[in-house]
Design a protein around this ligand. Sequence first.
Ligand SMILES: [Zn+2]
Ligand SMILES: [Zn+2]
Length: 300
Amino acid sequence: MKHFIQPISEEYKKIVFIKGARYGKYPYSHSLLIDDFLIDTGISSRLLRKLKRIYPINNVLLSHWHEDHTSGNRLLPYAKFHIHSKDKFLIENVSKFNEFYGISNSPSEEEFEWLMEGLKLENTKIDTLLEDNQIIKVGNDFNIRVIHTPGHTAGHCAFLELNSKIAFLADIDLTNFVFYAGIDSNLSDFEESLNKLNEFDIRTAVTGHRGIIEGEKVIKEELSKYKSIIYQRDERILSYFSETNPKKIIDFKRKNIIYKNYSQFKEYEIIAEMIMIQKHFDKLIKNRKIKQKGNGYVLR
Ligand SMILES: [Zn+2]
Ligand SMILES: [Zn+2]
C-alpha cells in the first residue's frame, strides 16, 4: 500500500483515508475514499494520479468550492461530480473566486492568481446537486448521508457513512483556526453547523486539514473546542470597545486579532481578517453588545 493511502477501519476495508500532500496543509487537503466515491480532490496532482491507478473513481463528492479541495477535479474527466447547489456556480466559474475572497483589485489578487495557475484550476461541470439529509447509496455496503453545514462557504457539506459511522467534515477541520472570510461565509450559520454536527453519532471523523480523529466523545469535545475559537474572537474584539470612545472596523486593521502571526500570505490575511471582524461586528450588533455612536460603535 502506498504511504498516502491509509486504512481507517478493520471492518470497512473499502473506506480509505487519503492523506494530502504536505500533511494536508493549504493549498492541499485530505480526502476520503468510500468504494468508488472520492470526497474532495485536493490531495495534489501527483498523489491523485497515483490514486486513480489503484482505485476506480467514478464519483466525486465535493465538500465545497475552495481550490484546496477541488484542484484535482480536472484529472477525473470520467467521474460524476456532486456538490451542493449553493456552491455550484463557483465551481463552474473559477474566475469568480477572487471576488468571493474579497480580493478583486487588491494587492493579493496577483499572488492568488499565481497560486491558482500553479494548481491548474479549471471549471468543473457538476452532474448532480447534493441536498441536506440526502442518502447516497454506494454499492451494497455503504450509505452516505449528506449534512449541509454552511458557514465556511454557503454550500459546505459534511458526509457521514451510516454503517461505519465514519464522517468527513472537510473544512470544519478541527484545527486551531476557523475560517469564514469568504463573501459567502456566514458566522451564525457556522455556529449552527457545529451544533448540528454535534447531534450525530460519529465514531471516526476525517477533516480536510487535520486528518483522522477517533472516538465519539473526543469528536464532540473537539467540536466544542473549535466553536470556542469563535467565542474567543468575540471576546477579543469586544475587549477593544469602551462606553465612550467609538470604534470603527478600520481601527482593527493589522492588529493580529484573528491571525496571531501573519504568514507569507500576509497581505491576503489582513483582508481576510477584516472580513471576519466585520462578521463579528454584525454579530455583536445583533446580540446588542455594541451600539452605534457617531461614526463608530461603543459598548451597550
Ligand atoms: Zn475551504
Ligand atoms: Zn480547506
